[in-house]
Design a protein around this ligand. Structure first.
Ligand code: UDP
Length: 258
């Protein structure tokens, strides 16, 4: 096991102390959970795929000027990230009706929304992450009005960029969840994108077949979750089809005697 100090363990990731102050190591586990961890399984290799997919997305976002916590990928399951103060909100952006929005408002799954919609949820497992309004966020001091403006404009840019990225590989970005954090540099503070963006936190549908390529396969007992995640990675051109995602230990890839 690791000799590093564990800072935090969540449902799908572990955060360890980083090599330098202000950095952390984010480890992607194979655990799949849904309904606030009431449903739980190990999907061997999921962590490896999410590490790669999230790396690809965060690197691309960094390139277009959206600040993120991502510094570099270290190995199959770990990335070096900047330590931030996580804002206790889940920001959900939706383009197409699905999941809780369909249930709450009675809009059939698959209906294109008249415009993209941003929602906030309060990160509190004991309460099942309730939806909150900007009024709640400012009244309870989770974020200030300018911070909310910042988060919303970043969320819109991320949505536009990701919608195009996925559309280019035949995938419809239905909705996704992001988290943001505060980063202090000297006396200045700015909000940057944190956590991960992967098929665990997005709804991704094949453009032609409408097939689900995301965590709904697990939530709805459809099977084929790992295959779907691997297909997302393959379409994004970030993983060799034959690259193993299941191997846990070191593997001999070549030898001088070959
Ligand atoms: N989501 C997430 N973590 C959560 C809740 C939602 O990553 O704790 C993502 C989910 O994968 C989907 C989007 O946020 O892409 C919207 O989810 P929704 O509110 O429809 O909730 P669900 O149907 O998953 O309960």
């Amino acid at each position: 096991m690791s000799r590093r100090r564990r800072i935090y363990e969540g449902k799908a990731k572990i955060l360890y102390e980083g090599p330098e102050p202000g950095t952390l190591i984010q480890f992607f586990k194979d655990d799949a959970t849904a309904f606030n961890a009431k449903k739980h399984e190990i999907i061997e290799g999921k962590g490896v795929l999410n590490n790669r997919i999230s790396e690809h997305i965060f690197t691309s976002l960094n390139r277009i000027g959206i600040p993120t916590h991502f510094i570099k990928r270290m190995n199959m399951r770990e990335q070096l990230i900047r330590e931030v103060e996580i804002i206790p909100l889940e920001i959900v952006v939706r383009n197409v009706a699905a999941g809780s929005l369909s249930k709450r408002l009675g809009i059939p799954e698959g209906e294109i929304l008249p415009r993209s919609v941003i929602e906030f949820y309060y990160k509190k497992d004991e309460l099942d992450d309730p939806m909150v309004s900007e009024e709640h966020i400012t009244a309870f001091g989770w974020a200030s009005p300018p911070e909310i403006d910042d988060m919303m404009s970043m969320a819109v840019r991320i949505n536009d960029f990701l919608s195009g990225l996925f559309l280019g590989v035949g995938i419809q970005l239905v909705d996704f969840k992001i988290e943001m954090g505060r980063l202090w540099e000297n006396d200045m503070m700015r909000i940057i994108l944190a956590d991960e963006i992967s098929p665990d936190s997005c709804r991704l549908w094949d453009i032609n077949t409408q097939e689900k390529m995301d965590k709904d396969r697990f939530r709805r007992d459809m099977g084929g979750m790992l295959e779907a995640y691997r297909e997302v990675a393959k379409r994004l051109g970030i993983m060799n089809e034959n690259e193993p995602v299941r191997s846990k230990g070191p593997r001999l890839v070549s030898s001088k005697d070959d």
